[in-house]
Design a protein around this ligand. Structure first.
Ligand SMILES: CC(C)=CCC/C(C)=C/CC/C(C)=C/CC/C(C)=C/COP(=O)(O)OP(=O)(O)O
Ligand SMILES: O=P(O)(O)OC[C@@H](O)CO
Ligand SMILES: [Mg+2]
Length: 241
C-alpha cells in the first residue's frame, strides 16, 4: 500500500479531493463504534482522524484498536498531546502550532514525542498547524494558551503557511477550531493555496455540503469534519447526493 502522505500528494496532483472525519476520543462512545464506522465506511470519507485537545490517558489507544478492526480506511492521529500517540494507527500528523508563540506547542511536545514514536511504526507527517480566529474561543486556543491569527489578516496567515513550507513541513493545516462559529474564509484558503505547493488541509466549523464544496473550490485538498458528524448522523446521508 502507498504511504499515506504520498497518497495525499497524489490526490492533490490529480485533483481528487479528500474528506476526513475527526473522531475525538474525549467524546466518542466506544459502544457506538460499530454503527458509526459502518456509516463512515459507506460514505465518501477517505480518512479517519483521531484526536482532541483534552483527552484522558489511554483513551486513544483503546479507540484506535476498536476502529482499526472495523475499517480499512487510513487512521491518522491528530493529537493535542503526546498522550495520544497510539502504535496501532497508520500515521500521525506531527503538528507544530505555527500561529502561536508557545514553545511547548512549537517544539517541546515534539521533543517529548520522539522516544514514544521510536517504539512505533507510525508514518510521521510533519504538519504546520495554523489556528485562525473563528468567532469564539476554541479548545485549541484555551489548551495551548495561544492567540489565533486574525481571520481578516490574510497576509499574516499566508506568510505563516509559507514559512511552514520553507521550514520543511509536508502539510499545512488551517484550523478554525472544533465547533467554530465561522469556518476558515475562502479568501484565506485561496491565498494560502496560491502561495504553497504542499497539500492544504482545512477544518473547523464546516457543517454543510456547500461549505465543503466552497473549501474545495477555494483550494483545500482535504477537509476535516468532526462536530457535524457527531451531532447529526443524517449528515452522512446528505453527503451522498
Ligand atoms: C507532537 C505531539 C505528539 C503533540 C503536540 C501536537 C501539537 C503541537 C498540537 C497543537 C495544539 C492542539 C491542542 C491540537 C489539537 C487538535 C485537535 C485534535 C483538535 C480537535 O478538536 P478539539 O479541540 O478537541 O475540539 P472540541 O472542543 O470539540 O473537543
Ligand atoms: O468539529 P468541527 O467544527 O468539524 O472541527 C473539526 C476541526 O477541529 C478539524 O480541523
Ligand atoms: Mg475535544
Amino acid at each position: 500500500m502507498m504511504n499515506i502522505y504520498n497518497h495525499i500528494l497524489q490526490a492533490k496532483n490529480d485533483g481528487n479531493k479528500l474528506l476526513a472525519v475527526l473522531i475525538d476520543p474525549d467524546k466518542f462512545q466506544l459502544k457506538n463504534a460499530l454503527q458509526f464506522i459502518d456509516k463512515v465506511n459507506n460514505s465518501v470519507i477517505t480518512h479517519i482522524f483521531i484526536g482532541g485537545s483534552e483527552v484522558g490517558q489511554n483513551v486513544t489507544q483503546a479507540l484506535v484498536e476498536v476502529i482499526k478492526m472495523l475499517t480499512d480506511l487510513p487512521i491518522v492521529l491528530f493529537p493535542g498531546d503526546v498522550t495520544q500517540i497510539s502504535k496501532d494507527a497508520d500515521a500521525i500528523l506531527f503538528l507544530s502550532l505555527l500561529s502561536g508563540r508557545n514553545p511547548d506547542y512549537l517544539i517541546d511536545k515534539q521533543v517529548q514525542a520522539v522516544p514514544l514514536l521510536e517504539k512505533t511504526k507510525l508514518e510521521v507527517i510533519s504538519t504546520g498547524y495554523i489556528l485562525i480566529e473563528s468567532g469564539k474561543t476554541t479548545a485549541v486556543q484555551r489548551v495551548t494558551n495561544t492567540l489565533p491569527l486574525n481571520r481578516t489578516d490574510v497576509d499574516a496567515i499566508t506568510n505563516t503557511a509559507k514559512a511552514g513550507e520553507l521550514l520543511g513541513k509536508k502539510l499545512i493545516y488551517l484550523e478554525a477550531g472544533s465547533g467554530a462559529t465561522y469556518e476558515v474564509p475562502a479568501e484565506v484558503i485561496e491565498s494560502v493555496k496560491n502561495k504553497i505547493d504542499i497539500p492544504l488541509i482545512v477544518g473547523g466549523g464546516i457543517r454543510t455540503k456547500k461549505q465543503i464544496e466552497n473549501a474545495f473550490i477555494a483550494g483545500a485538498d482535504m477537509v476535516v469534519i468532526g462536530t457535524a458528524f457527531e451531532e447529526d448522523q443524517q449528515f452522512f446521508e446528505q453527503l451522498k447526493h
